[in-house]
Design a protein around this ligand. Structure first.
Ligand SMILES: Cc1cc2nc3c(=O)[nH]c(=O)nc-3n(C[C@H](O)[C@H](O)[C@H](O)COP(=O)(O)O)c2cc1C
Ligand code: SF4
Ligand code: SF4
Length: 251
């Protein structure tokens, strides 16, 4: 079984492609069975957030119940710098008695680029090598390859995920609803993996369970979901070109 978490579709695309190539099933981590001890092979695919795994993925990994003999692989998608994102999940899986055998990094357009005043769609060329990488990963996984060269502990991953620094990463992408633009269409409530947005008085209202995936920002129909109160041009909204809004809707 391949389990995924994704805000803008990069990780969904990778997870779905691997599931198809391996003839395996695909589940969002929110819909994963509580007990996976019957699975002989388990893959976990997710994005990198601030040099680490998303908080929601770490919480999920803490509760993963796997067969200790299962072949487990971890694939992360990121802009360029994965930090401790693989190690973070590997350590959690191992704490629960299973072990991770294989991991890979897939560089893709950085969905947090608008927070740094950049357009993620200017990075579409990063998608060109992905099919070849998927083919290689599929062959490696079929051969039950062991390779953990990417499961590293890095200085940035460690520093940015200290209690003192974490709020800085969160503040860098903080969302805000521009009430003049929001039409209460509810799309953001359907793509939010944390069920963290509700519609009240025909306006979106963000709660306190955010995991910074930016799905609400990139899929907002009116560009009303802002990062740090800045309006984002429509051309800067990004999702993986092989993934549709329907694919991303969790409810
Ligand atoms: C809050 C946030 C923080 C991010 N931090 C990093 C990072 O530290 N390093 C990196 O290479 N990419 C970073 N990214 C980019 C994502 O990892 C990348 O775009 C990923 O492929 C998104 O996957 P998804 O489309 O499945 O959500 C960050 C993205 C977000 C939203
Ligand atoms: S998707 Fe945008 S316009 Fe629609 S409810 Fe959410 S914030 Fe408002
Ligand atoms: S509120 Fe937005 S950024 Fe936060 S988890 Fe939900 S969709 Fe993702």
């Amino acid at each position: 079984m391949i389990l995924y978490f994704s805000g803008t579709g990069n990780s969904l695309y990778v997870a779905r492609s691997l599931a198809q190539a391996l003839g395996d099933s695909l589940r969002h981590i929110n819909n994963a069975p509580a007990d996976l001890t019957q699975e002989k092979m388990v893959g976990v695919v997710y994005p990198v957030y601030t040099y680490d795994a998303p908080a929601a993925v770490k919480t999920f990994a803490d509760t993963l119940v796997l067969n200790k003999d299962a072949y487990v692989f971890v694939i992360v998608t990121c802009g360029s710098t994965p930090g401790n994102a693989i190690l973070s999940v590997k350590q959690r899986v191992e704490k629960n008695g299973a072990s991770v055998a294989y991991s890979r990094i897939v560089s893709m357009p950085d969905c947090s680029a608008p927070a740094m005043n950049n357009n993620p769609n200017d990075q579409l060329n990063k998608l060109e090598p992905v099919p070849a990488l998927l083919k290689q990963m599929t062959a490696d996984i079929q051969a039950r390859k062991h390779d953990l060269q990417h499961a590293k502990c890095t200085a940035m991953g460690t520093i940015m995920n200290t209690r003192a620094m974490q709020p800085i990463g969160i503040a860098a992408v903080r969302q805000h609803v521009n009430e003049d633009k929001c039409i209460g269409c509810g799309i953001c409530t359907k793509v939010c993996p944390m069920e963290n947005i509700v519609i009240k008085d025909k306006k979106a209202l963000i709660g306190d369970r955010c995991t910074q995936c930016l799905a609400c920002v990139h899929f907002c129909t009116q560009q009303a979901m802002e990062i740090r109160h800045k309006t984002m041009p429509k051309e800067w909204q990004y999702h993986h070109p092989g993934v549709t809004l329907k694919d991303m809707m969790l409810r």
